[in-house]
Design a protein. Structure first.
Length: 374
């Protein structure tokens, strides 16, 4: 018996569906079960909850006759077609077309636009890994007009090298010289030429948490090309919380004083997680109810509301539901996906304590479900 049947039975009792008379008569305590439980452990739990595991989730279509392939598992068929989607809704790529504007993401977009309009010298966007920083930047890049000259640095690794060379590369300025003074003069000439054309010059640096304090100070010095009246260069930094730790160092206090706009992207809450999932489904023509509320709650439980992790788990859960030809994605598909990923030893999802029973796990998820607003 699979973990999904066990959880489905427990879920039936928790949400108030008709209880199994057999389970009531047993009155036995449900043994503790981790998501990596062995067969003997699962077998002992099966006798307690099996009678309650029927008809909880949408029924699975009957199996095809022996010797015939399952219709939902035909070779080459993807879940997009099975669920009537025009494309994959939960890609890990930072696609601006899928950006869901939560309260904090909307604030980041608005603050970024405000900073650009008011000619802010430095704009900083921070957030945890996978919080959506790059997606916010991509959205801005899709909205810029011909009056903006933009350069983007995306690979600011710890072995970054000379900053000015990378800046010149971002703006396609000839940097075929080792003389940094000459290269700086070329950069200033580029800025003045754009200013004469009535254009603003914006430098965007992603993954800025990799910058050392010395590199950030060099960036501040580079911004000295701006004078009291004219803003020749605007700089946007996006990075993980480590960027904030670096900026708090005493030697960077002058840099911090030049930051006109800062926005920190927080994880989504349970309601935002559900709306995020429905939003991405709507972009590709999917039904907003494809993921049940309890599945959305389970996804929040295991991902903590981090958008990239939500995408990863939603995609896995859809594969599991599709393989069983389920018309909707329920809690059992989510838990199966997490269980298998956790067993691989390379899981980014929240681990389930070994002493937590399946009943306690579902109870926690139901509490989260009850927090989701329509």
């Amino acid at each position: 018996m699979s973990i999904r049947s066990l959880v489905a039975g427990i879920f039936r009792d928790l949400v108030g569906s008709s209880e199994s008379e057999t389970s009531a008569q047993q009155g036995s305590a449900i043994p503790k079960l981790s998501l990596s439980a062995g067969k003997s452990e699962i077998g002992s739990l099966e006798a307690v909850v099996a009678p309650a595991a029927k008809d909880i989730f949408s029924p699975v279509p009957p199996a095809a006759p022996s010797g015939q392939p399952q219709s939902g598992a035909a070779v080459g068929q993807l879940y997009e077609g099975f669920y009537g989607l025009s494309a994959k809704p939960f890609s890990l790529l930072p696609d601006a077309d899928f950006l869901y504007l939560s309260k904090r993401h909307r604030a980041a977009v608005n603050m970024l636009e405000y900073g650009m309009v008011t000619q802010a010298g430095f704009i900083v966007i921070t957030g945890e890994v996978g919080a959506g920083k790059t997606t916010v930047l991509r959205r801005y890049l899709k909205t810029i007009g011909p009056d903006v000259a933009v350069g983007v640095i995306t690979n600011s690794s710890k072995g970054f090298g000379r900053l000015l060379t990378w800046v010149a590369t971002a703006f396609e300025i000839d940097h075929g010289t080792r003389d940094q003074a000459k290269l700086y003069n070329r950069f200033v000439e580029f800025l003045l030429a754009r200013y004469a054309e009535g254009k603003r010059t914006v430098l965007i640096i992603d993954e800025a948490q990799n910058f050392k304090a010395e590199t950030l100070e060099e960036l501040r010095m580079l911004s000295n090309v701006n004078n009291e009246k004219d803003q020749l260069l605007q700089i946007v930094l996006a990075g993980q919380p480590e960027l904030l730790d670096t900026l708090k160092r005493p030697e960077l206090r002058q840099f911090v004083q030049r930051i006109a706009v800062h926005c920190n992207l927080e994880p989504l809450d349970p309601t935002e997680t559900a709306r995020y999932i429905r939003h991405r489904l709507s972009v590709v023509g999917g039904a907003p109810t494809l993921f049940e509320d309890t599945a959305c709650a389970a996804i929040f439980y295991f991902t903590g509301g981090i958008p990239r992790l939500i995408n990863l788990l939603c995609d896995l859960a859809m594969v599991y539901a599709f393989s069983d030809e389920l018309p909707k994605i329920g809690i059992e598909s989510v838990i199966d996906a997490v269980k298998d990923r956790n067993s691989s030893g390379l899981s980014p999802f929240k681990p389930v304590p070994e002493d937590m029973t399946a009943e306690d796990l579902v109870a926690e998820i139901v509490k989260i479900r009850d927090q989701i607003k329509a």
